[in-house]
Design a protein around this ligand. Structure first.
Ligand code: GDG
Length: 486
């Protein structure tokens, strides 16, 4: 049985008569209402990339916030083209979006958990909105469940208080929480004024998942330092106020088979044709990067490395092009506005330095791009640059690998500070802060013999094929089921 069938089997046997509820801040699909009807787009989010295929496979309810005042329906079946599960929307006011999402989640928790030297903003008003919106989520989830048996799988740092709110109302519910970003070391976390409430919220879950063991260990150390709790290292669990929470690593992944199918589809083929015309005839080497424009993704460090590479190895000038997809993210926040302008400024400087007749080494698409086009970019590239300064996992790395052909594949240069670096042993690891070594690594990879590229690619593809998104979801849900039995 493959992992897809395995997950379905698990849900249909061990979770029979149990409603599966996923809750996340973000909706899995955005619906745009225009004159030609509704357009449905998938947002640039790792969480959605991972969980939408799971929900399409097994069904259930996904509870998420909605900010579009035009959207009136509270419940809708999605995806529209092939309805497979229910979306329950929670409408957030402007003040809630500001305080809960931009303020507390993205100006406090995000920089607190990613160690990239951006100072978190602690504002009591934001905290109050965070509590308020977490309550709205808990109420909506309980409404969807009514008096049924349910397994609730809460997602990410926006909803840290939800497990506790659910358990207070319904102690019989099975509640899991998956934290998609790093958990920092205890010294970094202890400056947070609401640390106790956040930890207590999470510790009401039966299972708390992180991507890697290192984040679990940081969490266990934080709990040991901040609460009168019993940390049981041998089984990786915490006992607190008569409740036990299991804390385990579950490295998230992607839909390997689904992407393989898409790569053969007409949409990707069409995009490939366009790219061939644009780049391949004119340039020898193509590198790609795909990110939400976020200060954790190391976009400036990547461009600095490209700059140094072209300066040091000038024989590549005119022959090497980097194509960056930068989808806009959190654009109302000061740090993100600053990043945009720094990125554009640096690109202009580098392009000016190496510019020649019709040659610009860096092409930057500062817009949301369709998924088939992204896959086509991956397929066309000789290398991908994933240079995050700190990242929970990083799914772009896995998507790039899966998009490579068996023969003459491209190579991944991967930051050692991503969760995925702990898994993808045959990728080429770099420290993105070390510009000189990063630049040298680009050269090494471009000159790597075909046999070595093919050997590395075989290993990486096989790893992701075995550890795909259905394997990830099954591992988490199986663990929850076993906790229920135990
Ligand atoms: C968080 C954690 C963790 C990007 N631009 C476009 C687009 N994307 C897609 C990529 C990829 C996804 O968005 C980004 O995934 P990541 O994993 O890199 O990053 P985060 O959004 O920061 O996610 C991260 C993840 O949660 C899962 O747990 O890996 O560490 O930070 O799938 O392809 N997709 C489309 N257009 C774009 O312009 N369609």
């Amino acid at each position: 049985m493959d992992s897809f069938e395995g997950l379905k089997d698990l849900v249909h046997t061990k979770l029979r008569e149990t409603l599966l509820v996923v809750a996340s801040n973000r909706e899995p699909y955005i619906h745009l209402y225009g004159e030609e009807g509704i357009t449905e787009i998938r947002p640039p989010s790792g969480l959605v990339t991972a969980l939408d295929p799971v929900m399409r496979a097994v069904g259930g309810v996904w509870v998420a916030s909605n900010w579009d005042l035009q959207v009136e329906e509270e419940r809708v079946q999605i995806p529209i083209a092939n309805p497979s599960y229910t979306l329950r929307r929670i409408h957030l006011s402007k003040a809630q979006q500001d305080g809960f999402y931009y303020g507390f989640s993205n100006e406090m928790l995000w920089p607190l958990c990613h160690i990239v030297h951006i100072r978190p903003s602690f504002r009591r008003a934001d905290w109050e909105r965070y509590v308020e919106v977490n309550r709205l989520f808990a109420e909506a989830i309980l409404e969807e469940i009514e008096d049924q048996n349910a397994l609730v799988w809460v997602q990410d740092f926006h909803l840290a208080l939800v497990p506790r709110l659910l358990k207070e109302a319904r102690p019989d519910l099975l509640v899991g929480h998956f934290w998609h970003i790093p958990w920092p070391n205890p010294e970094a976390f202890r400056i947070c004024p609401w640390k106790r409430e956040l930890l207590e919220g999470l510790l009401a879950a039966d299972l708390l998942g992180f991507h890697i063991r290192y984040h679990c260990d940081n969490f266990l150390k934080t709990v040991g330092m901040e609460l009168e709790a019993r940390v049981i290292d041998e089984v990786s669990a915490v006992q607190y106020q008569n409740h036990t929470t299991s804390v385990k690593p579950f490295p998230i992944s992607i839909d390997y088979q689904g992407i393989k199918r898409d790569l053969q589809g007409p949409e990707v083929k069409d995009e490939l044709g366009k790219i061939q015309k644009l780049f391949r005839k004119r340039r020898e080497f193509l590198a790609v990067g795909v990110d939400r424009v976020d200060y954790t993704k190391g976009i400036l460090e990547r461009i600095q490395a490209i700059d140094r590479f072209l300066e040091k190895y000038h024989e590549y000038q005119g022959r090497f092009v980097y194509l960056g997809i930068g989808s806009p993210s959190r654009v109302h926040l000061h740090e993100y506005k600053r990043l945009w302008s720094d990125v554009l400024d640096l690109i202009e400087t580098v392009n000016w330095r190496y510019r020649a007749e019709q040659y610009r080494p860096i092409l930057f698409r500062d817009e949301h791009v369709s998924y088939p086009r992204i896959l086509a970019y991956y397929m066309s590239a000789d290398l991908a640059l994933v240079s995050a300064l700190h990242d929970g996992m990083n799914l772009v790395a896995k998507e790039f690998i899966v998009s490579q052909p068996e023969e003459d594949p491209g190579i991944l240069i991967l930051s050692q500070f991503t969760g995925v670096a702990r898994e993808l042993h045959e990728a080429i690891l770099v420290n993105p802060y070390d510009t000189e070594v990063f630049a040298d690594t680009i050269k090494t990879v471009l000159e790597m013999p075909k046999e070595e590229r093919e050997r590395r690619n075989r290993w990486l593809q096989e790893w992701i094929r075995e550890h795909d998104i259905y394997w990830w979801a099954s591992s988490f849900l199986n663990e929850m089921v076993s906790l229920k039995r135990g």
